[in-house]
Design a protein around this ligand. Structure first.
Ligand SMILES: [Zn+2]
Length: 410
């Protein structure tokens, strides 16, 4: 069921549990009661904890050949980085790529949603194919994830069969999973090697792909759509491929959203016209790391990890896809600087970047914001509730990062 396609050819002889499912936890799931957050007469909607369970995720190829090679990427060693070939090389070249031992890496088949900002395959297309060699001038491309956690195309007969056989609290999970990669190989663990325009290109390609997918989803009568753009950088935080890449989860189940997003939506609702992000000085500014015309970066006062950085556009916009080109260029510039500053003070290079947006179709107030969360091992109490224990005082963390950043700002 690669590329999120379930049809008669690949479903044959499988059990209903071999398809991606979404399961709401009955102990933490509540019906949505606010129209602004997705209450609709025709559908039961929830917020709470849910899991996507997708057997195909386990088949993702390993990106690093060995621990030693991974170590070389951590240290940005030239020999590991130059001429590196990965599964994406085959896609970009439009033919099978081979490693140093002549072994084929990947088959080159893909579905491409955007080449830079240019629309390519329909987000609901059903046929993986080899694409023409991507021109050198291209910065980034956005593809359908071959190993998704949601199904994108479902044969209607099979869907009826699955629905009949799955228990009522489990449903077939529908949605689009995107992955955006740089056209040329740059290792995600070495932000300093990634040119600013390539990083900006990744954001621009993601944005265009989200807009294209939403447009086509609405044409297919999907609405109220949570969209989650994120980066997994390093194997410890879920980044299985060495090449810089981002992902977007577009949930088309039309059954609600998670409890954390519910918290954000409620908080912004309570703020009304007095948006916290528009008004705050972030603790009298001693937690601010970097402030530009377009963005503010600061250490959050309630960190999820030590050195947890939060950032937001200075403009009150609700979604990632509303970012304008100058905001995106500046974001790429800032992220490169901050990642370098974090590297210099030896913060774990395994990091997530998570964008928090208002779902499409919700008539809710929201101010787009994002989190940079460096990897750390978490403990039992932290799994038990939406709580974290941090040791580093956020204003001290901010001071350390600011001092590390200083040399790059002169
Ligand atoms: Zn605001």
């Amino acid at each position: 069921m690669e590329w999120g396609i379930i049809n008669k050819e690949n479903f044959e002889d499988k059990t209903t549990y071999d398809c991606p499912v979404k399961r709401w936890d009955p102990l933490s799931t509540v019906k949505i009661t606010s129209e602004a957050f997705g209450l609709r007469k025709e559908h039961m909607r929830f917020y709470g904890h849910y899991s996507y369970i997708s057997p195909i995720r386990g088949l993702r190829p390993k990106g690093f050949k060995s621990d030693e090679q991974e170590e070389q990427f951590y240290n940005c060693l030239e020999k590991a980085v130059s001429k590196f070939k990965d599964v994406f090389s085959s896609i970009i070249e439009g033919k099978i790529a081979h490693d140093d031992w002549g072994m084929p890496i990947g088959d080159g088949f893909t579905m491409i949603i955007t080449e830079d900002e240019l629309k390519r395959d329909d987000p609901f297309s059903e046929t993986p194919h080899r694409i023409e060699r991507i021109p050198d001038t291209c910065k980034a491309i956005t593809l359908i994830n071959r190993y998704p956690s949601m199904a994108r195309i479902i044969d209607r007969d099979i869907e009826a069969h699955i629905m009949k056989n799955l228990p009522p609290h489990i449903k077939l999970s529908e949605g689009i999973n995107l992955v955006t990669i740089s056209r040329n190989f740059y290792p995600s663990l070495c932000f300093k090697l990634i040119p600013e325009d390539v990083l900006a290109g990744i954001f621009l390609s993601m944005k265009a792909a989200i807009l294209y997918c939403i447009e086509e989803s609405i044409n297919k009568d999907y609405y109220d759509i949570p969209v989650m753009p994120f980066f997994n950088i390093g194997t410890k935080v879920g980044g299985s491929q060495p090449r810089i890449h981002s992902q977007v989860y577009i949930d088309l189940n039309m059954d609600g959203h998670g409890s954390r997003l519910e918290g954000y939506l409620e908080a912004f609702k309570e703020m009304g016209d007095r948006c916290h992000l528009c008004e705050t000085t972030h603790g009298g500014s001693d937690r601010i790391i970097l402030e530009t015309e377009f963005w503010t970066f600061y250490t959050t006062g309630s960190p999820v990890r030590n050195y947890h950085i939060r950032f937001h556009p200075n403009e009150h916009i609700r979604r990632f896809s509303q970012l304008k080109s100058n905001q995106i260029q500046d974001l790429a510039h800032c992220l490169k600087l901050i990642f370098q500053a974090l590297d210099d003070i030896e913060i774990d290079k395994n990091r997530n970047i998570l964008f928090n947006s208002c779902p499409y179709g919700y008539d809710a107030n929201f101010h787009l914001f994002a989190d940079i969360i460096p990897h750390e091992v978490i403990g039992g109490a932290e799994l038990a509730d939406d709580m974290r224990v941090a040791r580093k005082l956020p204003h001290i963390a901010a001071k350390e990062i600011r001092e590390s950043l200083e040399k790059y700002l002169k």
